[in-house]
Design a protein around this ligand. Structure first.
Ligand SMILES: NC(=O)c1ccc[n+]([C@@H]2O[C@H](COP(=O)([O-])OP(=O)(O)OC[C@H]3O[C@@H](n4cnc5c(N)ncnc54)[C@H](OP(=O)(O)O)[C@@H]3O)[C@@H](O)[C@H]2O)c1
Length: 206
């Protein structure tokens, strides 16, 4: 069975954990302050979510990272190599409270993030909607809420697409990491912050 780890237990990390918990999927969740600080959150989310260390979370088959942009280097430093495992980049190069875009020095956010997780197969996902739309029930508006994902490794994308399906969202593969940066990253992505719902079309024969 695929195991899941979460680095970052704030708005997005805990929203993702809540979506997993709703389906009884197991995950280890971590933050900068250690497992003891996450006991109440884990109790609230239910028995499938276990507090752990950053190292324990990073050792799982699929690792979602949701940390403030400026803190990503310290959150990901000193971890063993990812050795082909999947890392979901749920981050955006912008930060509360000023929401000023980060200086990327001519690189893309995915290039910078990928350098921080050596050996990982990176898939960009869970970064284009406000956190409550990830934790809320995805059966909404008469359909199924859409989550975009993008990456350069077809098998890694397929695994993340399957996970998105398992938690009842409708996943749409938008191409490579570069495509993801351009299309659904905050700030600037024309598809970012769009709360789209996939509705079954009704075909009428005449
Ligand atoms: N909020 C949204 O609606 C939203 C939407 C889309 C994308 N995003 C992106 O998601 C990412 C996270 O945003 P957020 O709103 O979830 O932030 P947040 O609520 O401030 O949570 C940040 C989390 O990162 C953890 N963290 C910080 N430094 C760490 C370290 N060295 N090691 C381990 N964990 C560390 C924090 O743990 P401690 O509290 O213990 O320090 C906290 O759990 C950002 O890149 C943001 O752009 C956010």
């Amino acid at each position: 069975m695929t195991t899941i780890g979460i680095i970052g237990a704030g708005a997005i990390g805990s929203a993702f954990a809540r979506a997993l918990a709703r389906k009884g999927l197991k995950a280890i969740i971590s933050n900068s302050r250690g497992p003891a600080s996450l006991v109440d959150l884990a109790r609230e989310l239910g028995p499938s979510i276990t507090p752990g260390t950053r190292e324990q979370a990073a050792a799982q088959d699929i690792v979602l990272v949701a940390v403030n942009w400026s803190k990503l280097p310290s959150a990901l430093s000193g971890l063993p190599g990812f050795d082909g495992r999947i890392v979901i980049d749920a981050n955006n190069p912008i930060e509360a409270p000023l929401f000023k875009p980060a200086e990327l020095h001519g690189r893309t956010s995915s290039e910078i993030f990928t350098d921080l997780v050596p050996g990982a197969r990176v898939v960009k996902a869970f970064n284009h909607l406000p956190a409550h739309l990830i934790s809320d029930n995805p059966q909404a508006g008469g359909g199924q809420r859409v989550l975009f994902f993008a990456g350069d490794d077809a098998n890694a994308k397929a695994a993340v697409g399957k996970l998105i399906e398992q938690i009842d969202f409708f996943g749409i593969d938008l191409g490579s990491l570069a495509d993801g940066d351009e299309l659904f990253q905050i700030p600037g992505g024309p598809l970012s912050v769009h709360n789209l719902v996939r509705v079954e079309s009704m075909r009428r024969d005449v």
